[in-house]
Design a protein around this ligand. Structure first.
Ligand code: MF3
Ligand code: CO
Ligand code: CO
Length: 272
């Protein structure tokens, strides 16, 4: 079944879309708004607040700025954010769970501004994270940035996964294979799948005007995931910690543009 939001969007064609120079401006506006939204949350995530309260703040922020949430109504999802705590890999559902001292959480928000999607997530900590949690978050950020730095016209999509896997391997972390980054633009999830565990030199060639996300999930233990009975929440099978960061990016004439850079420099909130 197609959701209301999806019927207003172009269909997946099987090809990787090439966007025009003026389309970058649309992505910049969507990317900036979602980055401002996560900046706003840095002061709000703390012991004692519920994940549902954080989701309320996100929903109001998005609507107050004249934008739409891309996740409300998406395949039956009902929230403006995914909040994935500790051993949750991704797609954690906000609700009554109260943040406790030392919890870590990925908060993932996707907005639509004038039909363009901004998809972005960061790791947050309630109070002071444990050392091994902090290390996992730092290395996951480093892995995402290594993937982004592999982006330039003429390189391969597999170079992104190659760079991410290398950071993970060197630090004895695993890369989740069950969830990928994705093309985006006027569509939320478009071609191609951006495989975070791919090998360098494989996959499609990167071309100027391609827009996609890079959103690696790294685990302290094994890579294997399971989905809980709610149909959404993805957890590590071994219940060890997982972390994720996500940026929306575009391929430029000579490299990459990150659309979701934090205006306040709060890109690693667990260090703020
Ligand atoms: N924002 C997620 C992504 O990075 C998708 C969330 S879909 C939802 O692609 F329905 F779970 F919100
Ligand atoms: Co995404
Ligand atoms: Co996302």
């Amino acid at each position: 079944m197609t959701t209301e939001t999806e019927t207003m969007m172009p269909m997946r064609t099987g090809e990787i879309r090439i966007h025009k120079p003026e389309d970058f401006e649309g992505m910049r506006r969507a990317g900036r708004l979602v980055a401002e939204c996560l900046d706003m949350l840095v002061e709000e995530v703390k012991p004692g607040v519920t994940t549902g309260h954080i989701d309320d703040l996100v929903r109001h922020f998005v609507l107050d700025h004249g934008a739409q949430s891309a996740t409300i109504g998406y395949r039956g999802y009902r929230h403006a954010s995914c909040i994935s705590l500790n051993h949750v890999i991704c797609h954690g559902i906000p609700g009554d769970r109260v943040f406790k001292e030392g919890d870590i959480a990925n908060i993932d928000v996707t907005v639509i501004v004038d039909s363009w999607h901004g998809d972005h997530s960061r790791m947050f900590a309630a109070g002071r994270p444990k050392r091994k949690a902090e290390r996992l978050m730092d290395l996951t950020y480093e892995a995402m940035m290594a993937g982004i730095n592999a982006v330039r016209p003429g390189a391969f999509f597999g170079d992104i996964g190659g760079a991410i896997s290398e950071v993970a391997r060197k630090n004895r972390l695993s890369v989740v294979e069950d969830f990928c980054g994705h093309g985006l633009g006027r569509m939320f999830h478009d071609e191609p799948n951006v495989v975070h565990s791919a090998r360098a030199g494989t996959g499609p060639v990167l071309r100027e005007g391609m827009f996609f996300t890079i959103e690696p999930m790294l685990n302290l233990g094994r890579k294997d995931a399971a989905i809980l009975k709610d149909g959404w929440t993805a957890v590590t099978r071994d219940r060890q910690l997982s972390a994720q960061f996500e940026h929306s990016v575009g391929v430029t004439a000579d490299g990459v543009e990150i659309f979701t850079t934090s205006p306040k420099g709060l890109h690693t909130p667990h260090r703020c």
